[in-house]
Design a protein around this ligand. Structure first.
Ligand code: ATP
Ligand code: MG
Length: 483
């Protein structure tokens, strides 16, 4: 992109995180290019990719190379200036710039509107020179995040810059400079002015980009995490909160390193679970809910918690639906393979795998869930292997590698295997039922007259498996506020 622009007589540089990460010896997530060509000129000059002009206030060009998973997007922006900031520019309802749309003449001018010195290095591949107007190179060597210009002015222009500083601190292990920190002090409430859709995107970057666990620690230590999440009461500082979310983020960081995707819905299902779980524990035994099904209580609590989180980080309807589905699935999964009416129905759920992964995290905090979790995992693996064999047999059939009889035979074998497993399950269930009867009998004898008190609790004992968050007195959590 840069050399095509250069050949056409334009200035063009790689700028931002790409240069920073290359200096650090890290693999850049993406590359941004800045040029004195206008968006229309960029589209004319850059040939070997799809070009899309995007942006409302300030138009930039997305140069898209490759397809789908292997797609690379290079963001190409025309030099900007920062003249509004000196005049105390107005910020919109999103707490973002509303007039940041005038072109700049040079990279020096462009550099003043960038956030931190470490993000304002310009690399010219043609000359093999890095241009640095704010001491960014030395800040990278020192591991310092330093705001360009007056930190107070810059965070009033755009409060998301505060969050970005913490993100770079987590991602790079850098320290925020003293003068920048001074500017932040007393101004953290500005974060509330960030548009909730934009905040959703920013929070995702913290937790879904491979450094989620480090972000969690930095955000907790600096007390910022609270600003991203709906009121959690004492749950926020509980061992369950730290253990459950911490473990989940360690696992999603690993997934990221393995090149596997992480869904925002799973992230939010995790971040909000300690609260949901704590409320669940309360409501299950609360008067008026004793006869309610686990799923209906989850529906009630889930809707409340999601609605209140949406006011902070606004996520799409689809994300909301998946979060609810993951939580609701827990009610089925907790009953174990033998306790649900229709195993196939549970497994056919589109988010079954996510639900089981979620259960695995809960089992990490509560060992009594481990057996049930393992049996679901085993079942999932079996079903996946079965589906794969089925697909293979079918494609062999199609490509003439085998005849119809071959395909029929494979399917038949699979059916036999399946019915064998169903029978095994039925037998195990029978065994468990008779064991339960025995236990009941001996329990009745042992209890004698002591059959008073918590009739309702006993009735719901099968539903007691989702637990944990409220282990350490969350008495102060005011449920009436929620319900
Ligand atoms: P990452 O590794 O997360 O991609 P990055 O520094 O590349 O980090 P981007 O969000 O991709 O971050 O932004 C690219 C560049 O645009 C930044 O390096 C910075 O120079 C500039 N920039 C982005 N957001 C802001 C902002 N809110 N205020 C000022 N400059 C910004
Ligand atoms: Mg970037």
């Amino acid at each position: 992109v840069v050399s095509q622009l250069n050949r056409a007589g334009f200035e063009a540089y790689i700028v931002g995180g790409g240069v920073r990460d290359l200096i650090l010896g890290e693999e850049p997530k993406d590359f941004d290019v800045t040029t004195n060509a206008t968006p229309n000129q960029i589209c004319k000059v850059v040939k070997n990719c799809q070009r899309r002009i995007i942006g409302r206030r300030f138009k930039i060009v997305h140069c898209v190379f490759g397809h789908r998973e292997s797609q690379i997007i290079i963001e190409v922006a025309t030099f900007r200036n920062n003249e509004e900031s000196a005049a105390g520019r107005s910020s919109g309802d999103a707490g973002m710039l509303t007039r940041d749309n005038s072109y700049g003449d040079s990279i020096e001018e462009d550099s003043k509107r960038r956030d931190y010195s470490i993000n304002a290095l310009y690399y010219s591949p043609k000359n093999r020179i890095i241009y640095d107007f704010h001491g960014g190179y030395y800040d990278i060597l020192k591991g310092t995040i330093d705001m360009i210009g007056d930190p107070v002015v810059r965070i009033h222009e755009d409060p998301a810059r505060i969050i970005r500083a913490y993100r770079f601190a987590a991602k790079l292990g850098f320290k925020i400079s003293e003068r920048t920190m001074k500017g932040f002090e007393g101004n953290f409430s500005l974060i509330k002015n960030i548009n909730s859709s934009r905040l959703f995107e920013e929070v995702n970057k913290f937790f879904l980009s491979g450094y989620g666990y480090r972000s969690f620690k930095v955000l907790k230590e600096s007390n910022i995490l609270k600003l991203f999440l709906t009121e959690q009461g004492v749950v926020f500082d509980s061992d369950y909160f730290n253990g459950f979310i911490g473990e989940s983020l360690k696992r999603s960081d690993l997934r990221h390193r393995q090149g596997k995707p992480n869904m925002p819905a799973f992230l939010y299902a995790v971040l909000l679970w300690p609260l949901v779980n704590s409320m669940l524990n309360r409501l299950r035994t609360a008067p008026g809910f004793i006869h309610s099904s686990e799923k209906s209580i989850i529906d009630l609590i889930g809707a409340k918690v999601i609605a209140s989180q949406l006011a902070i980080t606004n996520f799409p309807n689809m994300v909301q639906d998946i979060i609810m589905e993951i939580w609701r699935l827990q009610a089925d999964l907790d009953n174990g393979m033998d306790g649900v009416d229709n195993v196939e129905h549970v497994i056919a759920n589109k988010f079954f795998r996510a639900g089981v992964d979620f259960m695995r995290l809960r089992a990490f905090m509560d060992d009594s869930l481990t057996d049930a979790c393992e049996s679901w995992e085993e079942e999932y693996e079996f079903q996946s292997a079965r589906a794969l064999m089925f697909r293979k047999a079918k494609s062999r059939g199609k490509s003439g590698g085998s005849d119809d009889a071959d395909v029929e035979r494979t399917i038949e074998e699979l059916e036999i295997l399946n019915s064998r497993r169903a029978k095994e399950r039925a037998r195990a269930s029978e065994r468990e039922q008779s064991l339960k009867k025995e236990l009941k009998k001996s329990g009745r004898k042992a209890r004698g007259q002591e059959k008073t008190k918590t009739k309702s609790r006993k009735k719901r004992s099968g539903k007691e498996k989702i637990k944990g968050g409220s282990r350490r007195g969350d008495e102060s959590l005011n449920l009436t506020e929620w319900m």
